[in-house]
Design a protein around this ligand. Structure first.
Ligand SMILES: Cc1ncc(COP(=O)(O)O)c(C=O)c1O
Length: 364
């Protein structure tokens, strides 16, 4: 991926802006990345995948581009701030917001989500898996019920894209956002929003698209309708290579590996007195981020000790999801979060558990 970015930056042409060789090469990179996204998520029409700078930009586009004053929206109590903050902004402009509480394991009940639908509900927003508890949410059941009632479903797949198989058409999802730099293994500064054909959405940014330049009106066809200005073609060239790797490897096989590592991690943590993890204990009901606390120690101190003592890098605190922590009862100090990925080994998980025992002054 890094080599692809490096090669692309040395020949960076502006895609779709010219007929010269560098511009065409760059446009090809974008096209191949888009095609690979479509294959990965089971879609035929790759033009419905709009590149963004990250998941936050994609979620803002979806929320602010669809909701209008008077609309009602339903979301879970475990949404990331990249959903909650745009929703709160829209609330100030007359959008009504219902937040459905998740259970103590961080999982929301599909029946509670559906029960919150009412006249005027325009959209349901759900994180596919919480970045705090790791809990997978019943997106399929909620989206199917929403579709039957003519309600749009927006899924925040930041923690699942590339690590949990997702078939967009069979999930009945209308909008799906993800970053390129997490499970899709791409560089930072990349992300995308999938928009189902027929979903009315207004662009947050308008401008040059390289197409229909004779008109001073934004094109309505995709992806140009939502892609204005010079894209991060260099980053997307890297993302394209990562997507090719994921497609070769298969998301199912990545998922199997992560579930096995998470299982070892949870078993190991459960055996350390004074350390407690959050979220579902069943590894198949969750994704790889595992949140935990060490009794009597601030999460940031645990993080510092893991780095200094064992060179293990974790994230401590609230993970941009205060509501997720309120749901788990870990607000305001938060948790420590460790996340095995497709390149993590069993040996590394064992090394992490040894470091954790050391922090608890237990023999390794
Ligand atoms: C669940 C969830 N949603 C959204 C985001 C925002 O992603 P990005 O930083 O790419 O905007 C994150 C990032 O941590 C996340 O975990």
């Amino acid at each position: 991926m890094a080599e692809a970015v490096s090669a692309a930056i040395r020949r960076a042409g502006n895609p779709g802006r010219s007929g010269h060789v560098l511009s065409i090469r760059s446009a090809r990179d974008l096209f191949s990345a888009r095609e690979r996204l479509a294959r990965l998520f089971g879609c035929e029409d790759s033009s419905r995948f709009v590149f963004t700078g990250n998941a936050t930009e994609a979620l803002n586009q979806a929320v602010k581009g669809v909701l209008r004053p008077g609309d009602h929206v339903v979301a879970t109590s475990v949404e990331h701030n990249s959903v909650m903050r745009p929703l709160r902004r829209m609330e100030e402009g007359g959008v009504r917001v219902t937040i459905v509480p998740a259970g103590p394991d961080g999982v929301v009940d599909a029946r509670d989500m559906v029960a919150a639908f009412r006249k005027g509900t325009r959209m349901v927003v759900m994180v596919h898996a919480s970045n705090v508890s790791g809990a997978l949410q019943p997106v399929g059941a909620v989206a199917a019920a929403a579709r039957r009632q003519g309600i749009l479903t927006l899924v925040d797949a930041a923690q699942t894209a590339g690590s949990v198989p997702i078939d967009i058409p069979s999930l009945s999802v209308d909008l799906l956002a993800a970053p390129g730099h997490k499970g899709l293994l791409g560089p930072q500064g990349t992300g995308f929003l999938y928009v189902r054909e027929g979903v009315p959405i207004i662009p947050l940014t308008e401008g040059g698209t390289g197409s229909r330049s004779e008109s001073d009106r934004q094109p309505e066809f995709f992806p140009d309708a939502l892609e204005s200005g010079t894209p991060n073609s260099v980053g997307i060239a890297g993302l394209s290579v990562s997507l090719a790797w994921i497609l070769r490897k298969g998301v199912e096989s990545i998922r199997r590996k992560e579930v096995a590592l998470v299982s070892e991690l949870l078993d190991g943590i459960s055996g350390i007195h004074g350390v407690r993890f959050f979220g579902p204990p069943d590894p198949s009901a969750r994704v790889s981020p595992v949140s935990f606390v060490v009794e009597g120690m601030d999460p940031s101190e645990v993080g510092w000790r893991l780095e200094k003592g064992a060179g293990i890098l974790v994230r401590a605190g609230l993970h941009c999801s205060p509501n997720g922590h309120r749901t788990l009862g870990t607000f305001p100090t938060g948790t420590v979060r460790v996340s095995p990925g497709p390149f993590t080994t069993r040996k590394e998980v064992a090394r992490f558990l040894t470091a954790l025992r050391k922090i608890r002054n237990l023999p390794s």
